[in-house]
Design a protein around this ligand. Structure first.
Ligand SMILES: NC(=O)c1ccc[n+]([C@@H]2O[C@H](COP(=O)([O-])OP(=O)(O)OC[C@H]3O[C@@H](n4cnc5c(N)ncnc54)[C@H](OP(=O)(O)O)[C@@H]3O)[C@@H](O)[C@H]2O)c1
Length: 284
């Protein structure tokens, strides 16, 4: 049994990951900022991070803290740095100072923008969110033995007030709200359930470095949405095909976010599922 603290546990992924780690027999402390949690602390405050780490004394820190609003990050780069990079810097400082815990840092596929599945080295920074997430990775990697997992995910949210990408699609299909399905945006997410199990395996291992962690193959966001509609027998008449460049957004979005996760499969001796199977078999 590991003594694990999940920072940012009150967010979307934490709502699935924390119960999963509990069910696998680990002692889990759930951290949040504003929402009710086992421990609340502002991770931009270094002293607060040291105090939290002194009281929990974890074997393993799984860091989910972030500001995922890409346009907000573009408008306010300082906020993007404070919410994405600074928490990782402060956790790394506390671990390096005296805690010696293993650091599992969760990052994003938003660091890629190439049409073919991207290996870990092929980073393209398109916006401030991506820049601040990459900065967070570099901060985490200062800790010996740290592991960075670049992810994307979907599934039914258990977190009040926080919808996943698939939740939003389902809501729009059900209400008949018009929406544009992007044919040009390619991604390879996992369900939050599969991702949580992979993070559990990672936490229990000693493997270090940077890894993509996504489904075996991917698809466009349009094909993902239509597969989801088929799975749930939802009418898709309210949706139309389009390009991400058709909409006017503050931050430029990457489109080629497919991840080549073969390094992860080899290192952890697992076979990751195909995205179509994830959509058909997971809780949505
Ligand atoms: N969501 C996606 O679709 C997606 C896609 C790709 C990658 N990812 C990555 O997956 C990870 C988890 O994302 P998520 O969507 O689950 O996160 P989320 O729902 O946005 O949750 C963010 C968490 O960070 C906490 N937080 C924010 N500012 C903080 C601060 N200053 N100090 C301490 N805690 C703070 C929040 O606490 P309170 O809620 O208590 O205020 C919350 O627990 C992130 O690394 C993200 O980059 C997410």
């Amino acid at each position: 049994m590991l003594n694990i603290i999940v920072t940012g546990a009150t967010g979307l992924l934490g709502g699935i990951l924390v119960p999963h780690l509990h069910a696998k027999g680990h002692k889990v402390t759930a951290h949040g900022l504003t929402k009710k949690a086992d421990v609340n602390a502002d991770l931009t405050d270094r002293e607060a991070v040291f105090t939290m780490m002194d009281s929990v004394r974890p074997d393993c820190v799984i860091n989910l803290v972030n500001l995922s609003n890409v346009d907000r990050c573009e408008e306010d780069p300082d906020l993007a740095y404070r919410m994405n990079a600074l928490p990782a810097e402060n956790l790394a400082a506390a671990i390096l100072d005296h805690h010696g815990a293993r650091l599992v840092h969760i990052s994003t596929d938003h660091l890629y923008d190439n049409p073919a599945p991207n290996p870990e080295e092929r980073i393209v920074i398109r916006n401030t969110y991506a820049l601040s997430k990459h900065a967070s990775e570099l901060a985490a990697l200062r800790v010996p033995g740290a592991i960075v997992l670049r992810v994307n995910f979907f599934g039914k949210s258990r977190t009040t007030g926080r919808l996943s990408f698939s939740d939003s699609l389902i809501e729009n299909f059900r209400s008949g709200k018009p929406m544009t399905l992007f044919t040009d945006v390619l991604f390879s997410p996992l369900s939050m359930t599969t991702l949580s199990e992979m993070i559990r395996i990672v936490a229990e291992s000693g493997t270090a470095g940077v890894f993509n962690l996504g489904s075996r193959n991917g698809m466009s966001k349009r094909d993902f949405a239509l597969s989801l509609a088929r799975r749930l027998n939802l009418q898709n008449g309210s949706a139309r095909d389009g390009l991400s460049t058709d909409v006017n957004l503050k931050a430029r979005r990457p489109v080629g976010m497919l991840m080549d996760s073969s390094r992860f499969e080899r290192a952890f001796n697992v076979t990751l599922p195909a995205l179509e199977d994830e959509i058909m078999n997971s809780k949505v």
